[in-house]
Design a protein around this ligand. Structure first.
Ligand code: BDR
Ligand code: CA
Length: 326
């Protein structure tokens, strides 16, 4: 049985590839996409989510979520002193189709609550790959979702070094109070943080394999990787761009792709220099019960095979459709 997920996104190049993977992999049943301000302001990331869903042919409810973080002043990727990696649109690079769908009329938090409460217990997995504002709002709207969700597999955090600040990863830094609520709730959380996602890099060999698929979709993905690779190089001095968000989806598809270790994770919400840090205690030094599975090692080949298979599958569907239409 495919795993039902709600993907909460702020596209974002790696969010776009996460949507593609979730739609293109047969082990996943993508039941909804929700958007949250993060990489860019809410109208931009919502438009991007709709354009990406149109591009890949994902016919799922898409709901607009939180415009601002719970407590802190808003920060978007473009405002960070380290600079922007996703550009002024939030998804700069190749031209994309205009959305063909309407937005779901409900706020994202309501759609999350409705979907989780209508499903069987433990049926829905939440996969948030942006700031955690929508998830915290959904928990507040209906606390029963905490016992009903199968698990939360999130992209965010780091146990060594951040990227928004030396201490904090962007998604957590963008809404630390929401992240704190999510990590401390009584559900299974898997943290797919930077220590893991920096292993999921798009090397020239990987780009060549994608290019070789030869479809318009593959060309778009290569153009995203070129754009994102350029900004990652100039902002972070990393030679190849990490495809963070798709790692969380990959974990749901095949748990063995990511090695995880148990730990206690707390989000720092008061530190002057450490605001948004995901303090990760693998050894039990704080004496707190472990609350998180922390991803540490990626099976690089298996990860990229999933992405390449998803692009190939969607490309084949699209070429079949266009030959039927012509
Ligand atoms: C995270 O921040 C965003 O730029 C990416 O989309 C990813 O979710 C990485 O720190
Ligand atoms: Ca993201």
């Amino acid at each position: 049985m495919p795993r039902k997920i709600i993907l909460d996104v702020d596209p974002g190049h790696d969010d776009a590839i996460a949507i593609l993977l979730a739609h293109g992999n047969p082990e996943i049943d993508l039941v909804a996409v929700t958007t949250v301000a993060g990489n860019q302001i809410l109208p931009k990331v919502t438009y991007n989510a709709m354009r990406v869903a149109t591009l890949v042919g994902a016919d799922v409810p898409i709901a607009r979520g939180a415009e601002f973080p719970l407590v802190r002043k808003q920060t978007t990727d473009g405002e960070l002193t380290v600079g922007s990696v996703h550009g002024t649109s939030g998804l700069d690079g190749p031209a994309l189709p205009e959305p063909t769908m309407e937005l779901d009329p409900r706020p994202a938090a309501q759609l999350i609550v409705d979907t989780v409460m209508a499903a069987e217990p433990q049926e829905i997995t939440l996969v948030p790959v942006g700031p955690l504002t929508n998830i915290a709002l959904a928990m507040r709207l209906e606390p029963k979702i905490i016992g009903r969700v199968r698990e939360v597999v999130l992209m965010g955090g780091a146990y060594t070094q951040g990227n928004a600040t030396p201490a904090a990863e962007f998604n957590i830094y963008a809404d630390p109070e929401a992240a704190s609520a999510v990590f401390s709730a009584d559900w299974q959380v898997t943290m797919v943080g930077l220590d893991l996602t920096h292993q999921a890099v798009a090397t020239p060999e990987i780009k060549e394999r994608i290019r070789a698929i030869g479809s318009p979709l593959a060309q778009t993905v290569v153009a995203w990787l070129d754009y994102f690779g350029g900004t990652y190089d100039s902002v972070y001095k990393l030679p190849h761009p990490p495809i963070h968000d798709a790692c969380a989806v990959a974990r749901v598809i095949n748990p063995d792709i990511l090695h995880v270790e148990d730990a206690f994770v707390a989000v720092e919400t008061r530190g002057q220099w450490t605001y948004g840090d995901t303090v990760t205690d693998f050894l039990g030094a704080f004496g707190e019960p472990f609350n998180t599975l922390v991803a540490t090692k990626l099976d690089f080949d298996a990860f990229w095979n999933l992405i390449i298979d998803a692009i190939t599958t969607i490309s084949a569907q699209q070429s079949q459709l266009s030959s039927v239409q012509s």
